[in-house]
Design a protein around this ligand. Sequence first.
Ligand code: UT7
Length: 349
Amino acid sequence: MPRSKIAGIGMYVPEKVVTNNELKQYMDTDDQWIQERTGIQERHYAHRTEETTTTMAVEAASIAIKRAGISAADIDFIVFATLSPDYYFPGCGVLLQRAMKMKEIGALDVRNQCSGFLYALSVADQFIKTGMYKNILVVGSEKHSFGLDFTTRGRNISVIFGDGAGAVVLQATENEQSGILSTHLHSDGESAEILAMYNPGTHANHWAEKNYAAFDEAEIGQMFMSHTMIDQAQNFPFMDGQSVFKKAVVKFPEVIMEALYKNGYNPSDINLLIPHQANLRISQFVQQKLKLRDDQVYNNIQHYGNTTAASVPIALCEAWQKGMIKEGDLVCLAAFGSGFTWASALLKW
Ligand code: UT7
């Protein structure tokens, strides 16, 4: 049975850097609060009109494809993870396929927020193991800066997120010594509303107390995206940060240990852990819990903020570019986020 390995990796972050102090012009916040609670110093914001989730993905994907030594025409399938798509539908997968002038290959969109890249990687891994595809482009890309509440009301969320993209070419290999050893996916929908963006959506409208049974279809249609929704700031993400934090520090170590046990390893065997960059305090907690040394964990949230589906491939790419990952290294990827969903992947580089 073929295995899958990362044959090429790329990342892209927009040029514009926004420091914590710069956010003070929009909301009541301060550098010290943000750094103490999250570790974040700055983040990148996409160009308002010229950059989208898809254009950033194209940049990252082009690098990954080049580094894999193949061309866009060799890609058999796309798996695209994002929570900030260019359009409500269609998803970014087909926009990427068009932008990169690829063949009429399948393009799948994954909606698993912070765990999105790991879900995408796992899906791609299964397609390669069955022999169906040989080169799959797996992408995580986000343009958060266009959908945040830049007022004091939204400060607990807006200061955290940043824009960027990461991509890998997952390729079939017969080499038993390298590649993805296993992936592990989980969810618990009980807490779906704790970290969510409710609108626009087809749910029973959280944003106003009304008897919707009394409305006809035309009126309901107007409510999908209404002035009331915007006036009440219901079109922004919501997060109960403390509840997310408490669950994250339990589920991160759990899903990492699951991957290690499955393959007969211990935390001390990890060469590099790449945790989803949600909060530096969460990563530090996980590191302590697993008794990992500083050189076994890679964090870059300080400079990019939380880029949700893009954070794992960006961190993996940056660590690799810095020479921190060598052939034969045991690399663990892990994520936790909205859903809740959480996931891990263990691989031999
Ligand atoms: O990747 C997706 C998964 N997400 C996460 O993993 C996030 C997990 N949660 C967290 O990282 C933390 O909960 C946050 C960093 C989001 C927030 O930290 P916290 O320690 O939980 O703060 P809090 O929400 O409990 O707020 C504490 C105080 C409040 O003021 P009062 O009510 O005590 O007066 C907030 O209004 O801090 C205030 N606050 C801020 N102050 C300055 C909230 N946001 C800010 C801000 N600047 N940006």
